[in-house]
Design a protein around this ligand. Structure first.
Ligand SMILES: N[C@@H](CCC(=O)N[C@@H](CS)C(=O)NCC(=O)O)C(=O)O
Length: 335
């Protein structure tokens, strides 16, 4: 291995891992993809502060975890080709979509993985084989069963429940419909090359190509499916497009998914954190949505608000955020 090589510990089944893997590939950063398995678990644990993938080991032996700050840091060190569009309004919208993808887009991905029997069986089998490649068939059958028993109760962590099922499932259909329209005539969300938003959203939607129910859903969205394939190893095909050309189909997507779902949900989560409430309920699309309070989302939402403050006065951005029903949660005092 060359001296400048990074090692990325991840899994084909981890949306945040494939997000970073596609980023490293696009940037041409020398790296080795190391699926975390039972065999290399001790090696992974020696570097991990948190039991989470992705973990990126730098050539100097220091480790990084958490995909968003990881990409931000790498972007400063490896500026070209940039994943930041040319206009400030697009840079912020890209960060906004990435935050939505990580925190809301993860819900349908995880929900569909572990909600129905046929998906539970398919994904637990695939996960067992990937995590224990040297295991026998019988051993991995038992392993798959234990993974299934462990993961299904975790549905509640992302808010997946009978009460919230329709909101979560409809949100994926709505996202895919809006994305299909936006991707007509452009290879990436912001034009001819991938932006931060593409990497974040890709991770979650790639996860939707791995279990029968979402595989069937994706069949109705050929342009989205082609974009997912493209994002596995993305290449620049042209320049970023001007915001003025993107807005017509991107603002409706942001308004529906970020303004209509992520924002009210993230605000209610932050209010619950302030009140130290273990769960919260928020009305989304006219239905009550109840879930456990999430500390991580509380932090990432505050980081998004700070990012907006740091963006400074920008009339175009403000106008776009108003149109997307996103401005108020970014500037109001909720606590
Ligand atoms: N915010 C973190 C989330 C990482 C995360 O949730 N990773 C999941 C897999 S996608 C994980 O490692 N879960 C525990 C496990 O798989 O052992 C990031 O962006 O990297």
């Amino acid at each position: 291995m060359q001296e400048d090589t990074f090692i990325l510990y991840g899994s084909e089944y981890s949306p945040f891992s494939v997000k970073v893997r596609s980023y490293l590939r696009y940037k041409g950063i020398p790296h080795v993809w190391r699926p975390r398995t039972r065999d290399n678990m001790a090696e992974f644990q020696a570097h991990a502060k948190l039991p989470l993938i992705p973990l990126l080991l730098r050539p100097d032996g220091t480790a990084m975890q958490d995909s968003t700050p990881m990409i931000e840091k790498l972007e400063a060190e490896f500026p070209s080709p940039s994943i930041l569009p040319d206009e400030a309004v697009s840079v912020f919208m890209s960060a906004l979509i990435e935050e939505y993808a990580d925190e809301w887009g993860n819900k349908p991905m995880f929900h569909y993985r572990w909600w129905r029997d046929e998906d539970q069986i398919a994904i637990s089998g695939a996960l067992a084989a990937a995590s224990n490649p040297s295991g026998s068939e019988a051993e991995n059958k038992a392993f798959a069963q234990s993974l299934r028993e462990r993961m299904v109760p975790r549905l509640s962590f992302v808010g997946s429940s009978e009460q919230n099922r329709e909101t979560i499932e409809q949100s994926l259909e709505d996202l895919l419909g809006l994305l299909e329209v936006h991707l007509k005539g452009r290879p990436y969300l912001f034009g001819g090359r991938p932006a931060l938003a593409d990497f974040g959203l890709f991770g979650q939607l790639y996860g939707c190509t791995q279990q029968p129910t979402t595989i069937a859903i994706l069949k109705d969205y050929p342009l989205v499916s082609a974009w997912i394939d493209r994002m596995v190893d993305p290449a620049a095909e042209g320049a970023f497009e001007p915001w003025a050309d993107l807005a017509g189909t991107l603002v409706p997507l942001i308004r529906d998914q970020v303004g209509g779902l992520y924002m009210p949900w993230a605000v209610a989560n932050s209010q619950a954190l302030m009140q130290e409430a273990p769960t919260f309920t928020v009305s989304l699309r006219g239905c009550d949505f109840t879930q456990d309070t999430m500390k991580y989302t509380g932090r990432s939402f505050m980081a998004l608000r700070k990012r907006y403050q740091d963006a400074g006065d920008n009339g175009l951005l403000e106008e776009a955020l108003i149109k997307a029903d996103c401005l108020k949660p970014l500037v109001s005092e909720y606590w």
